[in-house]
Design a protein around this ligand. Structure first.
Ligand SMILES: *[C@@H]1O[C@H](CO)[C@@H](O)[C@H](O)[C@H]1NC(C)=O
Ligand SMILES: *[C@@H]1O[C@H](CO)[C@@H](O)[C@H](O)[C@H]1NC(C)=O
Ligand SMILES: *[C@@H]1O[C@H](CO)[C@@H](O)[C@H](O)[C@H]1NC(C)=O
Ligand SMILES: *[C@@H]1O[C@H](CO)[C@@H](O)[C@H](O)[C@H]1NC(C)=O
Ligand SMILES: *[C@@H]1O[C@H](CO)[C@@H](O)[C@H](O)[C@H]1NC(C)=O
Ligand SMILES: *[C@@H]1O[C@H](CO)[C@@H](O)[C@H](O)[C@H]1NC(C)=O
Ligand SMILES: *[C@@H]1O[C@H](CO)[C@@H](O)[C@H](O)[C@H]1NC(C)=O
Ligand SMILES: *[C@@H]1O[C@H](CO)[C@@H](O)[C@H](O)[C@H]1NC(C)=O
Ligand SMILES: *[C@@H]1O[C@H](CO)[C@@H](O)[C@H](O)[C@H]1NC(C)=O
Ligand SMILES: *[C@@H]1O[C@H](CO)[C@@H](O)[C@H](O)[C@H]1NC(C)=O
Ligand SMILES: *[C@H]1O[C@@H](CO)[C@H](O)[C@@H](O)[C@@H]1NC(C)=O
Ligand SMILES: CC(=O)N[C@H]1CO[C@H](CO)[C@@H](O)[C@@H]1O
Ligand SMILES: [Zn+2]
Length: 651
């Protein structure tokens, strides 16, 4: 594969390199966003961005100035092409101009020779297509050159079939990780598990493909955009297609499931995550920005909808639970907030109860909107909250007073309370809850597999408790429950490790003899020693530090040292930079008894990376049948939207 790409590169010049792109989804000099192959929900709001590129230097330079007189038409089916301003009954947008630069390949980057592109552009805001069927959008530029985009408005049933949706996202969770979690927390006798994960008991299983629109590996921003809007996008983009302009806020937006659900049906929304709440997976429900790092603006969008832009009648979620206090508290205390405001005050002024710990969460009123922010940064991991509790002793209090955040809820407590509040407040309108186990991904990045699997088991425990709770509230039958992921990480279990033997050896090569594969892998000791009752009833390991651990991991890592033992002092830091440059080496403090394993990642990567694998989708409840089989990440949006009856064939 690599040699084919290289040969093509030699033949056609640097513009076919794929490490860098002039602009993803725009191989020609005329760009239409949404691009070719975009699918829409009938009535879903979206912006259109047109760009005409005039490369000034580099392999594509053609000596032309950017065309200010391009035209844009839309045709429904085989019908006549109509001027877009007429088609959308809007006024002609103003012409914008800018320049941007990019590198054609790594040689150009090393040499510091960027390609400069001069751009003319227009944006049509808040368009919608109501009639199902195919459309052809055509941009005509440079005296007759054309770019066509085929768009499809899917013909979905408009009858609502579910009252509620709960979407669980195990960030970065793969089937391999679920298999490993099952191994350490469920008892098996002679190759037969005696109990199952809750996920294992869902009636419908699907596989979703997670590719980006313009790269085959995705990040969480981009994949959340696909799951929530039905439109694939670019790495780091939240609820927008990425244009080439400098501003991270002017990119063409697409309405999300949360915004649609509220605008169309008046349904109520809850957002729960163990990440800092401005992180991509929660953010993508309301934020629309090219740059997922605009954390302050993301928090503002939870409360006020799209910043400075009238889009829908969004008035904030009923529930917003997670970490990330630094985007809320006063800048005088070190807060990094949007326009230097205190967002606890902003939320309180709009009627939210403000919750800072698990005690307050459990006592919170059910009939009032709630903002629960339980720590600075990401929430504490299950393993630290439940086993290595000394690690909670850090200056992470959500108030910003630099005390420790000792009384943090877990995903389960947050999700169950979200259900109580949304049940009490949404009445006949129903609710949509997104609940994210964020640190499966975060701990996979850190190669801290114990913590990652602990988070996964907490997710499973949360799903189990959610089902029981919905049953007790008599809401299980009217709630579609989906469990899925947004991308994978390279991870699997290939055997076991005799850590006692490994720790006793003095050379790296000898330490590797401690690894047992095939018949020497033996059986899981995580549930078999220690407190059996605990592990059988609750399905977490009884012993996180057995002599025989898992030989786990996979290829794309930084340099690190492996001893295959639980990291008792807190989340793992496998590699650190020891020079002025970001040039990462084995962290001398990590896994001291282990052996050095050189990585394959570029030297400036200090953590593991996402992988290509399809990820599982488990479905239970109304419309569960829409989620079986193999399909694309965007189909999850269309499945949820269809089940909630969100399509609209008239303005
Ligand atoms: C499209 O319509 C607008 C407004 O009527 C007009 O200003 C513009 O010139 C038209 N463009 C084309 C290509 O006809
Ligand atoms: C256009 O017309 C052709 C031939 O009549 C037909 O096969 C095709 O389905 C039509 N396309 C659309 C988008 O209606
Ligand atoms: C593009 O860059 C050129 C030279 O760097 C500058 O002269 C020109 O004004 C820029 N154009 C725009 C629209 O920014
Ligand atoms: C970019 O286009 C503008 C307008 O056509 C022109 O004034 C400017 O010189 C161009 N910049 C370059 C670097 O060619
Ligand atoms: C379009 O054609 C005119 C007349 O031939 C020429 O002056 C102009 O440069 C062309 N513009 C582009 C963008 O090709
Ligand atoms: C919104 O408007 C304010 C005030 O005009 C401005 O300071 C801020 O940068 C804008 N924010 C965004 C995200 O555009
Ligand atoms: C929990 O938060 C409340 C305020 O919401 C505060 O009064 C209480 O002291 C906190 N409890 C703990 C254990 O931090
Ligand atoms: C919230 O609702 C749950 C039932 O779903 C109930 O057990 C709990 O007592 C309620 N809490 C308050 C504060 O009303
Ligand atoms: C085992 O777990 C049970 C249930 O959580 C607990 O009550 C008991 O104290 C535990 N026993 C030991 C020895 O840890
Ligand atoms: C292997 O890792 C060690 C420790 O980080 C480093 O010093 C060494 O340069 C690495 N070797 C290669 C080939 O990258
Ligand atoms: C948006 O708000 C909800 C809740 O108040 C209403 O139910 C919707 O009718 C409203 N939608 C529009 C288009 O105003
Ligand atoms: C890019 C980067 O992070 N560089 C840092 C690497 O570590 C050295 C010393 O610890 C710092 O001085 C650099 O800033
Ligand atoms: Zn990640």
């Amino acid at each position: 594969m690599a040699s084919v790409v290289f040969a093509a590169l030699l033949l056609s010049g640097a513009c076919s390199a794929q490490t860098f792109q002039r602009l993803g989804t725009c191989p020609t000099l005329g760009c239409i966003f949404p691009p070719d192959q975009a699918d829409f929900l009938a009535g879903q709001y979206f912006d259109i961005r047109l760009e005409v590129h005039a490369p000034i230097n580099g392999s594509e330079a053609n000596g032309k100035l950017p065309d200010p007189d391009f035209t844009f038409t839309i045709a429904k089916g085989n019908g006549t092409a109509v001027n877009a301003t007429e088609f959308f009954n809007t006024s002609e947008p103003k012409l914008e101009r800018w320049n941007f630069t990019w590198y054609e390949d790594l040689f150009a980057k090393d040499a510091g020779t960027p390609s400069v592109v001069n751009v003319t552009s227009k944006a049509y805001r808040k368009a919608a297509l109501y009639e199902p069927g195919e459309y052809t959008a055509t941009l005509t530029y440079n005296n007759g050159t054309k770019t066509h985009a085929s768009w499809l408005v899917r013909d979905l049933c408009q009858v609502r079939k579910t009252k509620n949706v709960i979407l669980f996202i195990g960030d970065g969770m793969t089937t391999n990780m679920i298999t490993a979690a099952r191994l350490i927390a469920h008892k098996a006798i002679n190759g037969r598990y005696q109990t199952k994960m809750m996920m294992d008991q869902f009636p419908v299983l699907g596989h979703q493909m997670t590719h980006s629109i313009d790269s085959f590996i995705t990040d969480s921003a981009n994949s959340a955009t696909a799951l929530y809007t039905g439109h694939k996008s670019t790495v780091n983009a939240l609820g927008v297609y990425a244009d080439s302009s400098k501003s991270p806020f002017d990119d063409p937006k697409i309405e999300t499931i949360a915004e649609l659900f509220w605008r169309i049906t008046g349904g109520h929304v809850g957002i729960v995550s163990t990440a800092f709440i401005a992180d991509a997976t929660p953010a993508a429900l309301t934020a629309h920005t090219r740059d997922r790092a605009q954390y302050g603006a993301v928090v503002d969008s939870f409360l006020n909808g799209i910043t400075n832009y009238t889009w829908t009648n969004w008035t904030g979620p009923d529930v917003l639970f997670g970490g990330g206090a630094e985007q809320f508290y006063d800048p005088k205390l070190g807060g990094k907030t949007y326009l230097n405001k205190n967002y606890y005050t902003e939320f309180a002024n709009k009627g939210y109860q403000i919750l800072w710990n698990n005690t307050a969460l459990s006592k919170a009123k059910n009939d009032t909107k709630a903002l629960g922010i339980f720590t600075v940064s990401n929430m504490a991991k299950w393993l630290d909250r439940n086993v290595y509790t000394a690690n909670l002793n850090q200056s992470l209090s959500p108030s910003g007073d630099k005390k420790p955040a000792l009384d943090q809820p877990g995903l389960k407590e947050m999700t169950l309370k979200a259900i109580d509040i949304l049940s009490a407040r949404s009445g006949e309108k129903g609710f949509f809850i997104m609940s994210e186990a964020a640190s499966i991904d975060k701990m996979m990045h850190a190669l801290d597999y114990d913590r990652a699997l602990g988070e996964l088991l907490e997710l499973d425990d949360t799903i189990k408790a959610t089902i029981a709770h919905l049953k007790s509230l008599n809401k299980l039958k009217e709630t579609l429950i989906l469990v899925t992921a947004d991308h994978g990480h390279g991870f699997d279990v290939m055997g076991s490790v005799d850590t006692k033997y490994l720790n006793a050896q003095s050379t790296d090569r000898k330490k590797r003899s401690a690894i047992g594969t095939y018949q020497n892998s033996g059986l899981s000791q995580y549930a078999m020693t220690g407190n059996l009752t605990y592990s059988e009833g609750v399905h977490f390991p009884a012993n996180w530090d057995p002599r025989y651990t898992l030989f786990s991991g996979l290829g794309a890592d930084p340099d690190r040292r492996e001893n295959y033992q639980v990291h008792k002092d807190g989340p793992r830091v496998p590699a650190i930079n020891i020079t002025e440059a970001a040039d990462y080496y084995v962290n001398p403090k990590d896994a001291k008894t282990g052996f050095i394993a050189n990585g394959t990642l570029p030297m400036n990567d200090d953590q593991g990376v996402h992988s290509l694998t399809d990820v599982p989708v488990f479905a239970m409840g109304p419309c569960q049948e829409l989620f079986g089989g193999v399909y694309n990440s965007i189909d999850i949006f269309f499945g949820m939207a269809e089940c909630l009856g969100l399509g609209r064939r008239h303005a």
